[in-house]
Design a protein around this ligand. Sequence first.
Ligand code: MRU
Length: 358
Amino acid sequence: MRSMFTQPIPTLRRDGDGIVILDQTLLPHRVETRRLETLEDVAHAIRGMQVRGAPLIGATAAYGVAIALLQDSRHPRLTHALEVLAATRPTAVNLNWALGRMAARLLPIAASARIEAAWDEAEQIRAGDAATCADIGRHGLALIEEIARRRNGRVRVMTHCNAGWLATLGEGTALAPVYAAHARGIPVHVWVSETRPRNQGLLTAWELREAGVPHTLIADNAAGIVMARGEVDIVITGADRVAANGDTANKVGTYLKALAAREHGVPFYIAAPRSTIDFGCPDAAGIPIEDRGDEEVCTAQGLAEDDGVRTLRLAPKGTSTANPAFDVTPARCITGIITERGICGPARLRDLFPTPAR
Ligand code: MRU
């Protein structure tokens, strides 16, 4: 079954010798696109979070390789592009996965054949992610349907960060089952946490509002009481890197939700494609966690009275901060992982993906 979902605005599309992205630094207040034409443009867009979310970051990097080769498609330029893009953000392994695919396809062939092959491979990554999202949605839908049957009423899903269409090339990972359920007429409600400091939850709320899916925005710290009140049937989040043993890195704050879910007997699921699973990383200890520095913690961005998107200072300059952008939820706190090949326990990923797959 293929999904009927079409992204309301493409998160990424090829435009001649460049790509057009939706600039996510201005959302949910402004909808603006940007054309990226150089390797530096693409690296800046990933580093500066104009594109966000593990699958989208990976695909953007793949197109970045194609763009870089337009200038010079010989070996040194290719390896330079791969290195520059790999260094943009450390945690989402989809970046390395996509660059690995580009390297495997392009390094062995003649320089003269590389540009066409690079666009083709990037396009395959883009289309593959769209299909993957649909499959994750289909498998996750079964979980929501089962809860709907049991409860005979609205299914209350909690999520964290943004793992909807804005983070991918399709309908999303964690939100794909929600959209699938909504499309089937199953009543769903989503608890959306703000996700400070970069407020990716506001993007989730924006997406859900546009799609007409009932939802409630809460402060990150409210997730515990909402679960304690028995108002959550299932937690589904995305992931940036899943280690071989099922330990999962996702946006900071995910771990606290998993702990609260365990305490209150709420099933906690990760929705992630194969491209987010790092079989080369045995467990949490091997996952690099991005530290994004002081400013994000000390400031907040919003819409001013004059309708301009502005940054406000919350804490004085010089305030001592720590800003880990991700945390790791141990496999023992995870009920299951929803992938494009089905759902498995965190320790059973190899059952679904027995061979190194593309
Ligand atoms: O905004 P980012 O790129 O720092 O955050 C990444 C994410 O969107 C998430 O962590 C998400 O939950 C997993 S990617 C679908």
